[in-house]
Design a protein around this ligand. Structure first.
Ligand SMILES: NC(=O)c1ccc[n+]([C@@H]2O[C@H](COP(=O)([O-])OP(=O)(O)OC[C@H]3O[C@@H](n4cnc5c(N)ncnc54)[C@H](OP(=O)(O)O)[C@@H]3O)[C@@H](O)[C@H]2O)c1
Length: 323
């Protein structure tokens, strides 16, 4: 087997044109790492932000850099004989960010605790595009909000990558889900399990919501129409706002304090945990969670995926196929 692999190679930050393709050394495995032959990988807003010199670009300490955070593929090499994932196993997983050798490549090396068995019900592209957004949705809906029956939850951007998983998880665990999207996505949100849908372009959500909510999962912040600040108006006393896009609303804590109400506020960071992915895979295989793909492209068309994501209106996720 050759020691080289095909990969996306970025030599400087910039526009989509910096996404070049060539050969790179195959990653080696150390400690509990598992070598995975990547079949498909998901594309996320963090990829676009980092490529342009924002996001987590400050942690990229050498070029060429291989971007990509999540993937699905087949185990090529296990760290030891009885490790949980052995050659031939079909897996999906996520890399700890930041990293140097990402998943837009033929091979990725990842600690086995960040892997889970690929859901049988998902295609390679769906499985490759699930981990980052689904783990973020889990961190917000399950870990931070402690979702439960009857809890009223407002989810902004419910039709996007994180949002469409969050709507499904909140619905599955019994919450009353209110979600925002533009008109073309309202039926999609209902199919995912939203109890109420609001077209944010035609109605102010704070006027449409007549009964206060317990939790707001804010996937927009104040970068569009002060969505974060306005969300405080719909929270009940003691309610919780979770702001997910880092940097989209830096004044959140000050604004919450200024309300002089007993509101809670939190940002969020996801953790690449295989055990949670195992639960996500179970939910998928029992028919309670799906990954909607807006587009599936070959790796070499990654720039097109970046442009679609930068436009801000992807429904569900975008995946690239590799190999
Ligand atoms: N902190 C973390 O660890 C973490 C993890 C994951 C993601 N994030 C961040 O969280 C954000 C969301 O991620 P994502 O992957 O879900 O993004 P995404 O898939 O690109 O979101 C696209 C969705 O946003 C909706 N949208 C756009 N403007 C809206 C508005 N004003 N109100 C309501 N919906 C709107 C669009 O619906 P329409 O087309 O119907 O408008 C579209 O479906 C990103 O900024 C991402 O970087 C942070």
């Amino acid at each position: 087997m050759t020691d080289l692999m095909r990969a996306c190679l970025v030599s400087e930050f910039g526009g989509p044109e910096v996404l070049q393709f060539g050969e790179a050394p195959r990653p080696y495995i150390a400690n509990s790492d598992t070598l995975v032959r990547v079949k498909a990988a998901g594309v996320n807003p963090i990829d676009v932000k980092t490529r342009s010199g924002k996001g987590v670009s400050r942690f990229v300490d050498r070029f060429p850099w291989i971007p990509g955070n999540e993937f699905a593929g087949i185990v090529e090499e296990a760290p030891y004989e009885l490790a949980p994932f052995q050659p031939g196993d079909e897996v999906f997983g996520m890399l700890l960010t930041p990293h140097y050798q990402g998943s837009f490549a033929e091979y990725v090396s990842v600690p086995f605790m960040s892997l889970a068995k690929k859901p049988k019900s998902m295609s390679w592209a769906q499985a490759g595009a699930t981990p980052l957004a689904a783990l973020t949705a889990w961190a917000g809906v399950v870990d931070a909000a402690r979702v439960h029956t009857g809890q009223r939850m407002l989810i902004h951007a419910g039709a996007g990558g994180v949002g469409h998983f969050a709507v499904q998880l909140a619905h599955f665990y019994g919450a009353y889900v209110i979600a925002t999207a533009s008109e073309r996505n309202l039926e999609f949100l209902r199919e995912l399990g939203a109890d109420e849908v609001i077209d944010y372009r035609n109605r102010r959500f704070e006027e449409a919501i007549t009964e206060p909510v317990d939790v707001v999962l804010d996937l927009i912040g104040n970068v569009a129409a002060n969505t974060g600040s306005r969300s405080l108006q719909v929270l009940r006393d003691g309610g919780l706002i979770i702001n997910v896009p880092t940097g989209s609303w830096p004044e959140m804590h000050e604004e919450v304090a200024a309300t002089n109400r007993s509101l809670q506020a939190s940002t969020l960071k996801l953790s690449p945990e295989g055990r949670i992915l195992t639960t996500i895979a179970q939910l998928a295989d029992q028919g309670d969670l799906r990954c909607h793909l807006d587009a599936t492209l070959p790796l070499e068309e990654l720039a097109q995926a970046h442009e679609l994501i930068a436009d801000g209106h992807v429904r569900g996720k975008i995946a690239v196929e590799i190999g």
